[in-house]
Design a protein around this ligand. Structure first.
Ligand code: SF4
Length: 420
């Protein structure tokens, strides 16, 4: 007869001893470092109850074996330089028409000033993305890099999604390779692997009218990697998609990584539905559930094992508390401190302004893990095993301070200056 004091170890072992044999076999295979197939990934995406618990434990064990107990983060400022865009992606609540009172197009001077302000606060990276402005100058993407680098030469510029790379190359009449080479020469450090959404023709037709096809996304990413411009990769899930699309997407990312080795990390991005047109039209579901978030990070850790070993959890999409919890399901990176973010907030997310390094350290330590500040390309810059990071000086901008205090009281009503 088991009692909590007489045989607690045996009892704990028993808890997971009679899970579904098919799930058990796949998890054993993963723990033995054998690659799992998309079909096996699909089985894992269908787990519930104790099978789900076993999946989480397996993903966490693989995370521990591959990247250890450190949870990394990067001090970064997001600068969304324009929200003017007529592309019409149906999941996007960020884009505005040019005569919309909330439309914004930051000057080069303002972008450089924000980068300098971030650098002074300890940022090592600026992440620059914007809408596809119809009147943008052919040289504008290059001019942004020059403006930042001439003011803050040491900062890493992580900029321009594959959609922006396609748009910029078309406007400047350069090939994708020629455009990327030109950007690299002017200070581009790496590119975000956003605009991937789900790399499936039918899903993209419904989400983005296929204006950037899956094939084009893959081609741009592979070209960047060939030029030694590294990138992140992403998956946006929880809208009109299904687990079949998720495993195909993860398998495609794994194949690209086998060929190029250029991805630094995977960032799963749960769909933020509140103000997204496709949700308001009743055609998409209201984002992923909590268990789908858990499964996505855990299955990604297992499917990408040995190929993409950094799995980020997006506190901007999930909120810092849920993100902290998902660090127990295979994730090892807390993302960026951000300082300001507007894309998720435009879609109705209450999160997305800033989590300071001090707050990140508190949440990571609370999990029993070790906080570490990293560079964009995952070089460890400082480990906070026995000390705290210095607290960041406040942003100079009074508007942002107001946003911070508003955020503590709930979602911030959108105003033009929020698009930073
Ligand atoms: S996702 Fe990007 S390209 Fe699509 S509408 Fe929004 S801002 Fe424009």
């Amino acid at each position: 007869m088991c009692s909590p004091t007489s045989c607690s170890t045996t009892c704990v072992e028993k808890l997971l001893s009679d899970i579904d044999p098919a799930v058990n076999r796949i998890l054993d295979k993963a723990l033995a470092d054998v690659e799992i197939t998309p079909e096996e990934g699909l089985t894992l995406f269908q787990t519930h109850g104790r099978e789900l618990q076993a999946l989480i434990l397996t993903a966490d064990a693989i995370r521990r074996a591959k990247v250890g107990e450190q949870v990394t983060f990067v001090v970064v400022r997001n600068i969304n330089f324009t929200n003017i865009c007529y592309t019409g992606c149906r999941f996007c609540a960020f884009a505005k028409h040019r005569d919309d009172p909330q439309a914004e197009f930051l000057s080069l001077e303002e972008i450089a000033a924000r980068a300098e302000e971030a650098w002074k606060r300890g940022a090592t990276e600026v992440c620059i993305q914007g809408g596809l402005h119809p009147d943008i100058d052919a040289s504008h993407y290059r001019d942004i890099l020059v403006a930042i680098k001439s003011r803050v030469p040491g900062i890493h510029i992580h900029a321009f999604s594959p959609f922006e790379i396609k748009y910029g190359s078309q406007r400047s009449r350069l090939s994708v390779e020629g455009f990327l080479r030109m950007l690299r020469e002017h200070g581009l450090g790496s590119i975000p692997g956003t605009a991937a959404e789900i790399l499936d023709v039918e899903i993209r037709r419904k989400l983005t009218r296929n204006k950037l096809s899956a094939e084009e996304w893959v081609n741009i990413i592979k070209t960047a990697h060939r030029l030694e411009i590294r990138s992140t990769c992403t998956i946006m899930y929880g809208h009109i998609d299904a687990p079949e699309h998720w495993v195909a997407h993860l398998a495609l990312l794994r194949d690209i990584q086998k060929e190029t080795g250029g991805f630094t990390e995977l960032v799963p991005l749960g769909f933020v539905h509140w103000d997204a047109p496709i949700y308001l039209a009743g055609e998409a579901r209201p984002g992923p559930t909590g268990t789908e978030d858990l499964r996505m990070h855990a299955v990604a850790r297992i499917m990408l094992n040995n190929w993409i070993n950094n799995i980020q959890v997006s506190w901007v999409k999930l909120g810092p508390k849920v993100a902290q919890f998902i660090l127990t399901a295979g994730a090892n990176d807390f993302g960026g401190t951000l300082m300001n973010e507007s894309i998720s907030r435009a879609a109705g997310s209450p999160y997305g302004q800033e989590v300071t390094p001090l707050e990140m350290c508190r949440m990571i330590r609370e999990l029993g893990r070790i906080p570490a500040r990293r560079s964009t390309l995952y070089k460890i810059l400082e480990v906070y095993d026995d000390h705290d990071p210095r607290d960041l000086p406040p942003l100079v901008s009074q508007r942002v301070k107001e946003a911070h205090s508003d955020l503590r009281q709930g979602p911030l009503p959108l105003r033009g200056t929020d698009f930073v």
